[in-house]
Design a protein around this ligand. Structure first.
Ligand code: GLN
Length: 503
């Protein structure tokens, strides 16, 4: 946990806790750190395409304020919030007052929200520095960021910093790539079916999806409201703990947030995992999982055992129905949530079409990409009269069964462990023509959203091609503290998190 001083040219390689120590001791300033990240963006983003919008003026203004607060605190860590002066990136679906928010869609180009999302407001209040908005699959639908509607505009799709021919994962691919490449120290994403954990795994960083209701969704462009959850990306678990504490907790503006107490996660990382009961769900080592992934995850399980965990096998028998359930419920919610984009209130409008309904149709035709249109059609169909009981209602019932599987497993275990994704980062273009293959990227993450539970992905090694592998830990509802402690204990006993891509 102690900071190692580095040359200023390498400030962007600091982890959030290292930067925090140096900022408090005033060995570096937030302005220097922010400049280092902005320079890094200038240097690597023309190849990486992680950012939709970079906000250097805003960032340097916030950094100057942070430096003033840190100077006033005069070395007393208790006098400034932990994220003061730390550069953070935001997935482009968090409303940021006065800064364009596209949700990766042409239909929202030019939309400047009049207010901040609650998570953005909370980060702003802690003194964090916003370096920009990050690319994503359109409306967060996808697993590779190739569904972004902005790729043409950005002159390329977002790349994986470990190998530019490969995808960063998705839908929060920009967030994962930016953190892995040192363009910002921390980032926020959202996870509806795996969109934080899967890109974190593919880019070799830590990604946490908190419990449904742990973090406010107010001001977050909605995809599937009963599944969406906001969470962080970080190099190392400690940074994850720092930013989770800053964004978590009940919000009067989101009635689905829970009145649960938010612990000081960072203070609870130590303590080890002796006696922790770790379950291995046998259904999660699915056919089609790459042998390297299985091997690295098995190594991670052995390491947890070596560290004192009591490991045993368990079963989540309805796992097979996870994808089918998700691909009814999520599109059904999409068909409702995306009805508002018709060119009248925000973003793109078809002003050349004279009649009002024609103009709405045309705005949607021009503004939405293929995957978004596919989901709207699937959802509209599943909810239509005569099909509602057969599809939507049945999916809701299976959702309960999936949740009960987890309830039973958590009677015997404190944490479950599984692969995050069955594959490492695939090649750009490899799965775009085959939606089913793309959907399968999330077999191991989707059930966790369906059940509303917290899950974290951690680096656990590399495949033969040198691409990162992620291991997933799944926790009980609102028990992120145990999840983070287990993750931290594993991380301290391994070195994978210290490896950075040579970009
Ligand atoms: N890949 C999944 C989908 O396309 C999950 C996306 C997400 O979590 N936002 O729906």
């Amino acid at each position: 946990m102690t900071a190692t001083p580095r040359p200023s040219s390498a400030l962007h390689t600091l982890t959030a806790p290292e930067a925090r120590d140096l900022l408090v001791r005033r060995e570096i300033s937030s302005t220097e750190l922010t400049r280092a990240c902005l320079e890094r963006i200038q240097q690597v983003d023309p190849q990486l395409h992680a950012f939709v919008t970079v906000t250097p003026e805003l960032a340097l203004e916030q950094a100057a304020l942070a430096d003033r607060a840190l100077a006033d605190a005069n070395g007393d860590a208790g006098k400034t919030p932990e994220l003061t002066g730390i550069p953070v990136g935001l997935k482009d679906l968090f409303c940021t007052e006065g800064v364009q928010t596209t949700s990766g869609s042409k239909i929202l180009l030019g939309f400047e929200p009049p207010y901040d999302a609650t998570v953005v407001a909370r980060l702003r209040a802690t003194g964090a520095v916003f370096v920009g908005k990050l690319n994503m699959d359109e409306f967060a639908m996808g697993s590779s960021t190739e569904n972004s509607g902005l790729s043409e505009l950005l002159h390329g799709t977002t790349r994986n910093p470990w190998n530019l021919e490969h995808v960063p994962g998705g839908s929060s691919g920009g967030s994962a790539a930016a953190v892995a490449a040192g363009e910002c120290l921390l980032a926020l994403g959202t996870d509806t079916g795996g969109s934080i954990r899967q890109p974190a795994a593919l880019c070799g960083v830590v990604g946490l999806k908190p419990t449904y209701g742990r973090v406010s969704r107010f001001g977050v462009v909605a995809f599937a409201s009963s599944l969406d959850q906001v969470g962080p990306f970080s190099v190392g678990v400690e940074g994850t703990a720092m930013i989770l504490r800053a964004i978590a907790g009940q919000d009067p503006l989101d009635s689905t947030t829970a009145p649960e107490r938010v612990p000081d996660y960072r203070a609870q990382l130590a303590g080890g995992i002796r006696g922790l009961r770790v379950g291995v769900p046998k259904e999660y080592f699915v056919e089609g999982t790459e042998p390297d992934v299985t091997a690295r995850v098995r190594d991670a399980i052995a390491k947890l055992e070596e560290l004192g965990a009591e490991v045993g096998e368990c079963s989540l028998p309805h796992t097979d129905y996870g994808l089918a359930t998700y691909y009814i419920i999520a599109p059904a919610e999409v068909s409702s949530n995306l009805a508002r984009y018709n060119g009248t209130r925000y973003g793109l409008s078809a002003t050349d079409v004279p009649d009002v309904f024609g103009a709405m149709d045309e705005a949607r035709r021009r503004g939405f990409g293929d995957e978004v249109k596919r989901r709207i059609m699937l959802g509209t169909y599943a909810l239509s009269s005569g099909y509602y009981d057969a599809f939507y209602l049945k999916a809701q019932k299976v959702r309960t069964l999936i949740k009960q599987d987890f309830d039973q497993a958590f009677e015997r275990f404190d944490v479950l462990v599984a692969p995050t994704s069955p594959t490492t980062a695939f090649k750009l273009g490899e799965k775009v023509a085959d939606p089913m293959a793309m959907y399968l990227s999330d077999v191991c993450t989707i059930p966790v959203n369906v059940a509303g539970l917290p899950g974290i992905s951690l680096p656990c090694g590399f495949d033969a091609k040198g691409l990162p592998v992620g291991v997933q830990l799944i926790g009980k509802a609102f028990d992120e503290a145990t999840l983070l402690r287990a993750a931290f204990t594993y991380e301290q006993a391994t070195t994978f998190h210290t490896e950075r891509p040579s970009l």
